[in-house]
Write a protein that binds this ligand. Structure first.
Ligand code: HEC
Length: 136
């Protein structure tokens, strides 16, 4: 009985914490968590970027435009940017080791936060884009 009570208290505590962190996110907060784990070190928690080093994602044309742009950026990193056209001193690594689902959640988070309104990206979108790069 004691152990059960303890377990129930733990579940209640983690639910409260999760509800606080998730803040009414449609995906339960997963997109935000993935963004913060993989992207925020460079693009910052608020999407503000760092001048000269990495672009801000706030109102970014690439983040909001054609879904292929943001998906390729995540899959390929700086390799998605034509040589000689980058205005930033840092390099973005490829995140192709993430699952289609995780990339879709991150891309959707970026396109629906930071004043962006590009809309959601699905795992099927990512799968199609990944397939188009296969063998290159
Ligand atoms: C090590 C630092 C670093 C990390 C980590 C990183 N990026 Fe980037 N990102 C960059 C740099 C640098 C550029 C600029 C590339 C260029 O134009 O040369 C960039 C560009 C972008 C762009 C294009 C923005 C624009 O307006 O041109 C998007 C979108 C983007 N990153 C999203 C992400 C997402 C989503 C993640 C996490 C999965 C991520 N980045 C992780 C450094 C990083």
């Amino acid at each position: 009985m004691k152990a059960n009570k303890f377990a129930a208290a733990l579940v209640a505590a983690s639910l409260t914490g999760a509800a606080y962190a998730q803040d009414e996110e449609a995906d339960g907060g997963t997109g935000q968590a993935l963004y913060e784990a993989n992207c925020a070190a460079c693009h910052q928690y608020d999407g503000g970027g760092v001048p000269m080093m990495q672009p801000e994602l706030i109102l970014s044309e690439k983040a909001n435009g054609d879904i292929g742009g943001v998906i390729d950026m995540i899959l390929l990193g700086s390799a998605a940017v034509p040589a000689g056209t980058s205005g930033y001193s840092n390099e973005m690594p490829p995140f192709d080791y993430l699952s289609d689902e995780d990339i879709a959640l991150i891309a959707s988070y970026v396109r629906t936060h930071f004043e962006n309104s590009g809309g959601a990206v699905t795992a099927d979108d990512v799968r199609a884009r990944r397939a188009s790069h296969a063998g290159q």
